[in-house]
Design a protein around this ligand. Sequence first.
Ligand code: SF4
Length: 243
Amino acid sequence: MNAIAAQVSSASVPALPSAEELDRALRDASPAEVIAAALKAVGRDKLALVSSFGTESATLLKVMADVDPAIPVIFLDTGWLFEETLAYRDTLIATLGLKDVRSVKPAEETLSREDPDRELWFSDPDACCRIRKVEPLARALKPFTAWINGRKRFQGNARADIPVVEDDGARLKFNPFANVSREELEAIFVRAKLPRHPLVASGFLSVGCMPCTSRAAEGEDSRAGRWRGRAKTECGIHTMKIS
Ligand code: SF4
């Protein structure tokens, strides 16, 4: 590239702020302000929100829809989800007017090669999450330079110190609910009259894939019912580089 072309090129592509700069600026921002800042930083074509359409997901989706209901939403349909979760996805799309929800499935070829008997969740749950969640998410996130997710610090363990904005090694990652409390989430549900995940009424506080989800007992952490009896607490989409 000659010197003039290099000048034109650098003038036409505004530099993306770093994760550290954005985190500093947004540390005390509201979730809506964080999502608006993500949009401003990269534009709608380069921003996606990843949602499980689980028990708390309606709150983040509501905040996003108030900012811009056309932000692409990626939903990982692992092949092991509860029917109730699929129905809830459709309810929230209609209720919130979500314009671009992309249900992403694992590749059939990978499933038949690596999990032909559908027992990987038992024999090797990390491999199961890799082929059913991490790899499909990596494919779905390819066109995007930033993503939004709904983790909160109050969920403890690996999530206790998450920043509002981080660099996951491949793209910017916005955590608009990092600072939000359980009570604030409940207030959003009530204020916006959001429908609940159908399994909440049967005692599920956190809902993932069927074989790896159980009810949490009274006083337990909301994610205690996930991968019960195993050391595993995360599926990998927040602990691995998604590229
Ligand atoms: Fe497999 Fe369970 Fe992970 Fe779902 S949560 S992908 S069933 S190991």
